[in-house]
Design a protein around this ligand. Structure first.
Ligand code: ZN
Length: 173
């Protein structure tokens, strides 16, 4: 039972926009209020002395709530996750990824989502402290600030196919 209470539950806004994940325990408490609608359930149940209930897996708020966009912290780990551990110059997927400043720090480049990318060691070494235009290197895509979905999609690796329709993700075959 305790494991089931730790399951992650996807919480959607009234507009079906994914907001966050909450723990099953909180989701169950919410599901007893009239604030949410249970859209999907896990096949597992939790039991108390007097009742057994299926653990919700997707909840939707009945009233639209305006949330401040949650900022995802700028960190090495989050940059690598955003870039899927793929070198943004040569597409290599290497465990030894580094972080490259597209515009080098000493040329005024800042620590930002738009200026930091995952790079393999050879690409990072080649690029060094130069500007891309000077050495004919190109990014495979323009780096962006990740959306709130990013966090939730990351959690999917440990979670649920029942969420995917709500996260605009396709079922893996
Ligand atoms: Zn590379």
């Amino acid at each position: 039972m305790s494991n089931n209470l730790n399951k992650k539950v996807l919480l959607l806004n009234q507009s079906y926009q994914p907001l966050m994940t909450v723990e099953a325990k909180r989701a169950i408490i919410l599901s007893f209020t009239d604030k949410v609608e249970v859209l999907e359930r896990y096949s597992e149940q939790v039991h108390s002395v007097s009742l057994s209930i299926y653990v919700p897996s997707v909840l939707r708020l009945k009233e639209y709530v305006r949330f401040n966009k949650k900022r995802i912290p700028l960190s090495r780990k989050n940059i690598l996750q955003r870039d899927n551990y793929i070198c943004q110059y040569c597409k290599a997927k290497d465990k030894l990824m580094t972080i490259d400043h597209i515009i080098p720090k000493h040329k005024g480049g800042v620590d930002s989502w738009e200026n930091l990318v995952a790079a393999c060691i050879p690409c990072n070494t080649t690029k060094g402290n130069k500007l891309l235009k000077d050495i004919n290197m190109q990014l495979i895509k323009k780096p962006k600030i990740p959306s709130v979905l990013f966090n939730i999609q990351n959690e999917l690796s440990i979670s649920q196919s029942s969420w995917k329709p709500y996260l605009f993700m396709k079922e893996k075959n």
